[in-house]
Design a protein around this ligand. Structure first.
Ligand code: RB5
Length: 143
């Protein structure tokens, strides 16, 4: 399983750190960009990732707060993006929400905490059951 990763300028340093860390752990990382700390617009990088991302794989999106990339990602029906700032929230994003994209707040999380969140995100299976029903209701706007 490949790990797709993208960020804006505010997430660039954490993206660089996580890419090296994931590669050292044996993961294949697909780095969409951005490629420097030069100011850029976060939606661009989410759209670029979304255009090629297979939903059964895993993605990590990073901006300053994590909110901009998360809002953009959730415009796509094949992305289920969850904002997390610690390992427990990342674990629950998989176990309860079946998230395939983890959004991280690059300006508000240490690299150590981000590693723990990513590890939990990658190791945790979806629990199914009642959570399957709830996920199916997300797009039922008229219930
Ligand atoms: C960039 O300054 C910042 O607005 C962006 O990284 C992100 O936090 C937006 O949600």
């Amino acid at each position: 399983m490949r790990i797709w990763i993208a960020s804006d300028h505010a997430g660039f340093l954490l993206k660089t750190h996580l890419k090296a860390w994931l590669t050292s752990k044996g993961y294949e990382v697909v780095d969409i960009g951005t490629h420097s700390e030069e100011s850029t617009d976060y939606p661009l990088w989410v759209h670029r990732l979304a255009q090629s991302f297979p939903p059964e794989e895993r993605g990590i999106l990073i901006c300053g707060t994590g909110n901009g990339v998360c809002m953009t990602a959730n415009r796509y029906s094949h992305l289920r993006a969850a904002l997390a700032w610690n390992a427990e929230i990342a674990r629950l994003a998989r176990a309860h929400n079946d998230a395939n994209i983890l959004c991280l707040p690059g300006r508000f999380i240490s690299s150590e905490e981000a590693e723990k969140a990513v590890e939990a995100f990658l190791q945790t299976p979806f629990e199914g059951g009642r959570h399957e029903r709830r996920i199916s209701q997300i797009n039922q706007l008229s219930i």
